[in-house]
Write a protein that binds this ligand. Structure first.
Ligand SMILES: [Zn+2]
Length: 80
């Protein structure tokens, strides 16, 4: 009986190890994919059509452009 228990424990642990080893790799590659296209755009709060890849001022009203984040947080929440 003891041997069977040991075998079962060994199998369980090796399976758990495979899972544990598999998950972080997937998470890492996922993160790399997400991080790479870190495209930040700047837009005017009054003129959403004004887009710039650099901080600056709106050509229409001269207001400072604000960072426009590409709905990244929403996607992460949906995945959870
Ligand atoms: Zn503007």
């Amino acid at each position: 009986m003891k041997k069977v228990t040991l075998m079962a424990t060994a199998i369980f642990f090796s399976a758990a190890t495979v899972f544990a080893a598999d998950l972080p790799v997937k998470a890492l590659s996922d993160t790399t994919k997400k991080v790479k296209p870190a495209k930040v755009q700047y837009t005017c709060t009054m003129h959403p059509k004004v887009l710039s890849d650099k901080p600056g001022k709106c050509p229409k009203c001269g207001m400072e452009l604000v960072k426009k984040e590409p709905a990244k947080k929403k996607a992460e929440t949906m995945k959870m």
